[in-house]
Design a protein around this ligand. Structure first.
Ligand SMILES: [Zn+2]
Length: 127
């Protein structure tokens, strides 16, 4: 895929995620008080308001919750919501795939795609 990707805005709450991404690791914020993972990154758990949030390695496995293929651009791409095996649903792109064979519920795995001068971003490809 030759599409040039805009680098993500790295905030205080997402810095640890993108530092891990630079090292090729996929991590998600996990609340040790209620035991749930969440997305997007927040310092306070969205389920129980605890500040006991830590980064944990994630499997990188998920399923397509929904997707849309952007075809009327020079370099078509697919945006998607992917539900991670750890629970949260993440807004992302689908990469390395035939857009015509994508299906809701399809199993996918994380791949990191390089951005234009920033940290890599997580996308997902069919298993
Ligand atoms: Zn919690």
């Amino acid at each position: 895929m030759a599409r040039k990707l805009t680098p993500p805005v790295v905030t205080a709450e997402s810095k640890a995620f993108f530092d891990a991404a630079r090292a090729g690791k996929f991590v998600v914020p996990f609340c040790t008080a209620c035991g749930k993972a969440h997305w997007y990154p927040r310092a306070i758990c969205p389920f129980c308001s605890s500040e006991s949030v830590e980064w944990r390695p994630a499997s990188g496995k998920g399923t397509i919750y929904t997707f849309s293929v952007m075809r009327r651009v020079k370099e078509p791409y697919a945006i998607a919501h992917v539900t991670l095996a750890e629970g949260p649903t993440m807004l992302t792109n689908l990469a390395d795939c035939d857009f015509d064979t994508l299906r809701i519920g399809q199993a996918v795995t994380v791949v990191f795609e390089e951005t234009d001068g920033g940290p890599p971003v997580p996308m997902f490809k069919p298993v």
